[in-house]
Design a protein around this ligand. Structure first.
Ligand code: ADP
Ligand code: MG
Length: 688
């Protein structure tokens, strides 16, 4: 959407309220009340043929009667009048509409039809429209002062922009935000997102100078490619934190009835969000914690965290959380430990975690924090206070707030409920947490956002289509599957084909001993399960014997054999699975996981939309829970992870360049200390 048109919507100078009621307690009445309460400096035109003035403002019988074109038309009429109200706005030349009215796509087929008609008219006239079925929008910029929502609670101004598919959740978050001291720069309730969607909101958020971090609550991802580009643009500079509903099948069903959107597979959405540079929260609580941290605390330069506490147990909990979240417990320099010793009692622990004991005074907290922050090996500090016996938590908080710390720190106070509201009033105190795990989680999310901000800058590989893609459908015979992957630049094991036992000696000469014998045919999908793979054959005699037995076995099982494939027997490789799959919404995805039996048991597989970048591929490997199996392992050196990443990138280029490539599995891709080799490739083509 054009930037100037989005500014019309997000920073209007005049508004028409079409269908506003004269009852202040109605939803539309409340929207007017909110506009006035927020001190909207522009013009407001209530439109209602049945009233002469509303909320102290002169009322107009129609938009045409206003005599000027408002920047935005907020439409709150009943559903049956919605189309007429939209048409009237467009006819008067209004360029930005907010359709609050509900009962469209989310309510069934009839509503969907009406919505489609409205969208058609809006698009035709080149206008933009927020909603329908939405709660409006907020801009807390002191120049704009726009609260065009019917939220019963006001928005606390600040640095976090928030776009939400659910309007009600938006309100709930406003309340929570007041409670925990989160400030909002912009809020937009997307509703059915039928014209303006999350990608548009992100485009505006990217340019908004007051926005330091972005929160998204999404039930679907419309226009995934635009979303990807817009999110990447924001995420390069500001963290984008997402709660995507529908992780569970039940949640997905509920979400699709909510906004009527087509649900993508959760793992595809997850892959898209990662490639977009977003960090995904598991709960609303997390979303809020991450956002209020990102709003006020600069990201740490690295992953090394010091833990400072006046109690042992919570400090240990923090250390466990650090390990679980992929952060590191910093090694404190001897000078740091000495400096702590100088003012802490002899029984205090001055390694990391630093336990100052319950006797610690507010002044000790301040001083210890300053000492820790000066250590070059520390990137961030978590400061945990359990209600001290000799001082009030407030005194500790005030002491911390005066500390001179050039690095980020997060205070955790495990104390009485009243304290947290009090703490909001202490200037220069970072957001306060109740539990060490939550503070660590917020630091870790910020770190992930930082890492992704770098990853997304990397260029994606160009889609690639080999000139030799077979022009037919279905599962390819192995030699063609191997050739297709090889044409994409992925190393495959040399092979030879024998159509009959008589051709075996010549084929064996081509690959050499020891070798592997595999039968192939239309029903031979999992060959080893049918004992159609024989490894480590060392001589011609053994080959003839094994081949005979193999053919007999398969004949007995009624499996037709088209031919025999010979490959060198490759030892010492670690097995990975690479693959591509297609999601109906997100499109082609590349997958990479640890192969062998583990793949089915652990489901340890990472996905990215294709095409991806080398950095994406490296991040995928880092995501695998079993990634240690790729490192030095049982006396074997680490595998060549850059060759693995290269293969992932090339496969992603193939996925993007060959639309009829419906399935492609490399299982296994053998990874060695030098290089990788695919030994089993399965390809299914399907023309569209
Ligand atoms: P399928 O997956 O249909 O059972 P594969 O061709 O993947 O058949 O072979 C089964 C297993 O045999 C592989 O997972 C791998 O462990 C091993 N294997 C296959 N080909 C080779 C080879 N050329 N060198 C070494 N091991 C191999
Ligand atoms: Mg296999």
């Amino acid at each position: 959407m054009a930037a100037d048109q989005l500014s019309l919507l997000f920073a209007p100078r005049s508004l028409a309220l079409v269908g506003v009621s004269s009852r202040p307690e109605s939803l539309s009445g409340r929207l007017l009340g909110n506009l006035q309460r927020a001190g909207f400096p522009g013009k407001i035109f209530p439109i209602n043929p049945k009233a002469r003035d509303i909320g102290g403002l002169p009322c107009f019988p129609s938009l045409a009667a206003v005599g000027e074109v408002p920047d935005v038309s907020v439409i709150m009429v009943p559903r049956e009048h919605a189309l007429a109200a939209v048409e009237e706005s467009l006819a008067c030349g209004v360029r930005a509409l907010v359709l609050i009215t509900a009962g469209f796509r989310e309510g069934g087929a009839e509503g969907a039809q009406l919505e489609a008609e409205i969208v058609r008219r809006v698009r035709q006239s080149g206008a933009l429209m927020l909603g329908p079925n939405c709660m409006g929008l907020v801009n807390t910029d002191p120049q704009v002062r726009l609260d065009a929502t019917f939220s019963p609670v006001p928005c606390r101004p600040g640095g976090v922009a928030f776009a939400s598919h659910s309007g009600a959740l938006g309100v709930a978050m406003f309340e929570q935000a007041l409670e925990v001291g989160l400030g909002i720069s912009l809020f937009v309730s997307l509703g059915n997102s039928s014209v303006v969607n999350a990608a548009d909101a992100l485009e505006y958020f990217a340019e908004d100078g007051r926005t330091r971090a972005v929160m998204l609550y999404l039930e679907a991802i419309e226009e995934p490619q635009r979303f990807l580009a817009a999110a990447q643009r924001v995420a390069a500079h500001k963290p984008v934190m997402v709660l995507k509903a529908g992780r569970s099948a039940a949640g997905q069903r509920a979400a699709s009835s909510h906004t009527g959107a087509l649900a993508a597979q959760d793992r595809a959405v997850d892959a898209l969000l990662r490639q977009a540079g977003c960090v995904r929260a598991d709960s609303l609580r997390e979303l809020l914690d991450w956002a209020r941290t990102a709003e006020r605390v600069a990201p740490a330069a690295g992953a090394r965290v010091a833990v400072l506490s006046n109690a042992g147990g919570p400090a240990i909990a923090a250390c466990d959380a650090l390990a679980a979240q992929g952060l590191e417990l910093a090694h404190l320099a001897p000078a740091t430990q000495q400096a702590l010793r100088a003012f802490l009692p002899a029984e205090a622990a001055v390694g990391n975690p630093v336990d100052m004991l319950p006797s610690a005074r507010p002044e000790d907290f301040r001083q210890a924090l300053e000492v820790l922050a000066q250590d070059a090996g520390v990137d961030a500090v978590v400061v945990i206070t359990v209600t001290p016996p000799l001082a009030s938590p407030r005194q500790v908080a005030e002491a911390l707030a005066t500390a001179a710390v050039p690095k980020p720190y997060l205070p955790v106070f495990m104390t009485s409920p009243q304290f947290y509201q009090e703490a909001l009033g202490i200037p220069d105190l970072p957001p306060v947490f109740r539990f060490p795990e939550e503070a660590v989680g917020a630091l870790a999310a910020q770190r992930r956002a930082q890492e992704r901000a770098v990853t997304i800058q990397a260029p994606k590989v160009a889609p690639f289509r080999p000139p030799t893609v077979p022009a037919r459908e279905g599962i390819l015979p192995p030699q063609e599957a191997l050739a297709l992957v090889a044409a994409a630049g992925i190393p495959v094991a040399p092979f030879a084909i024998a159509r009959s036992p008589q051709e075996l000696p010549e084929a064996a000469d081509q690959v050499g001993f020891p070798l592997v014998l595999k039968a192939f045919g239309p029903t031979l999908v999992h060959k080893s399960e049918l004992a159609a793979v024989v490894l480590n054959i060392r001589s011609r005699e053994q080959l003839q014997q094994e081949a005979q037995q193999l053919l007999q076995r398969l004949a007995e099982q009624g499996c037709p054999v088209e031919g025999l494939l010979l490959q060198p027997f490759l030892t010492g490789g670690r097995e990975l699975i690479l693959g591509i799959t297609r999601d109906p919404v997100v499109g082609p995805l590349v997958a990479c996981g640890l192969g062998g039996v583990a793949v089915e048991v652990w489901q340890d597989v990472a996905f990215r939309p294709a095409p991806c970048s080398l950095e994406d591929a490296q991040a995928m490997l880092a995501e695998l829970k079993g990634k240690a199996l790729l490192g030095p392992f049982r006396g074997k050196p680490a595998v060549d992870t850059s060759a693995v990443a290269e293969a992932v990138v090339r496969l992603s280029a193939l996925a993007a360049g060959v639309p009829e490539l419906e399935e492609c599995d490399l299982n296994p891709l053998l990874a060695f200390p030098q290089g990788v080799v695919a030994v089993d490739v399965r390809v299914r083509l399907q023309r569209r």
